[in-house]
Design a protein around this ligand. Structure first.
Ligand SMILES: C[C@H](O)[C@H](O)[C@H]1CNC2=NC(N)=NC(=O)C2=N1
Length: 97
């Protein structure tokens, strides 16, 4: 069982993730991305999917044409955990490639 982050831990982590918003209702973080077209969006999702599978930590997400909305939370912790922070950092690195 993994622990959800405390409020102070969350505030610290979010300082380092300026592209992510906190969703209080879900105890989750979200990021919205817009790509040039569907191929770019789905290429990004493919990279994230392979990384997520390796990490055994999976995003909740939605894709509409060139837009991808991502929500990260840890089901095993019923809230935001360090695993979500690591995944957000890894997603940011893929976006910035
Ligand atoms: C059994 C397996 O380890 C769990 O179901 C993993 C898989 N992927 C997961 N993904 C997310 N986002 N949260 C989890 O708690 C989680 N748990």
């Amino acid at each position: 069982m993994i622990e959800a982050l405390s409020e102070a831990e969350r505030a610290d982590a979010l300082d380092g993730l300026p592209e992510w918003d906190y969703d209080e209702a879900r105890d989750a973080i979200t990021r919205s991305l817009v790509f040039a077209d569907f191929v770019e969006a789905f290429g990004f999702m493919t990279q994230v999917a392979l990384m997520a599978e390796k990490a055994n930590h999976h995003p909740e997400w939605r894709n509409v044409y060139n837009r991808v909305e991502i929500l990260l939370t840890t089901h095993d912790a019923a809230g935001l955990s360090g695993r979500d922070i690591e995944m957000a950092e890894a997603i940011d690195a893929i976006v910035d490639e």
